[in-house]
Design a protein around this ligand. Structure first.
Ligand code: NDP
Length: 241
């Protein structure tokens, strides 16, 4: 375990949105948190105690370099949150191979790359927490999001396989499946699309990034030591159907 100042945590794609909310929460919880960014680092990174490293999860060398930089600055990550993700929506009949592959590469293979790089040190330390940020689209499917839903469903298979591979080493691997959350990703929808989603949410509203972060904070805590391989929907009841 790290020296009483919490764990070393790495959150991918955390210069904005859900990732940034997770990073800030973990920092408030006393962890030493590194975030990855592609372009600009997050605002107020210093004030929130965040260490920033550049990383594009579609590039294996970039992922390896980011892990090495975090390890040098803070120590090997004991907590990994694979949050980076993109959408390239469209109906299957009009979806190009490129748009399908790009989403799988960023959301699913990118998470695999980060997890693969990080688990070695967790196994050695006999302690680790990995959380993949999936989506309710990965559970129920979503018209116009076949690429995205496939990538997010793939994360569940990846997480549960990894959970079984690493359980004996005291490394837990879980999945968060957010519903509609008010970030830039959701801002891409028009008012009618948004209203149609909210209409299906029993709690009757869009979620906040910090409500996803709260669930992640639990999954990476000591208190979640007996929780592995779960898919935790944080979606205002949307996935109840
Ligand atoms: P945003 O679009 O606000 O943020 C996405 C983040 O991922 C950004 O930091 C972005 O970096 C990063 N990212 C994208 N591609 C890459 C890449 N190739 N390498 C590194 N970083 C990358 O989205 P959200 O905060 O809303 O989403 C965060 C996660 O939550 C995603 O995995 C998303 O699928 C999931 N989710 C979101 C929901 C929502 O309603 N918002 C619902 C369900 C799941 P950059 O700034 O450089 O583009």
């Amino acid at each position: 375990m790290s020296d009483g100042a919490g764990r070393v945590a790495l959150v991918t794609g955390a210069n904005r949105g859900i990732g940034l909310a997770i990073a800030r929460r973990l920092s408030r919880a006393g962890h030493r948190v590194a975030v990855t960014h592609r372009a600009e680092p997050p605002p107020d990174a210093d004030a929130h105690g965040l260490t920033c490293v550049r990383c594009d999860v579609t590039d294996p060398e970039s992922v390896a370099a980011a892990l090495a930089e975090v390890t040098e600055q803070l120590g090997p990550p004991e907590i990994l949150v694979c949050n980076a993700g993109i959408t390239r929506d469209g109906l299957v009949l009009r979806m190009s191979e490129e748009d399908f592959g790009a989403v799988i590469d960023a959301n699913l293979t990118g998470s695999f790359r980060a997890a693969k790089q990080a688990v070695r040190a967790m196994v050695r330390a006999r302690w680790g927490r990995i959380v993949f940020v999936s989506s309710v689209s990965g559970i129920g499917g979503q018209a116009g999001q076949a690429n995205y839903a496939a990538s997010k469903a793939g994360l569940i298979g990846l997480a549960r396989s990894l959970a079984k591979e690493l359980a004996s080493r005291n490394v837990t691997v879980n999945v968060i499946a957010p519903g509609a959350v008010g970030t830039d990703m959701l801002a891409a929808l028009n008012d009618d699309q948004l209203a149609a989603i909210v209409d299906r949410v029993p709690l009757g509203r869009v979620g906040e990034a910090d409500e996803i972060a709260a669930a992640v904070e639990f999954l990476v805590s000591e208190d979640a030591s007996y929780v592995t391989g779960i898919v935790l929907a944080v979606d205002g009841g949307l996935s109840m159907g």
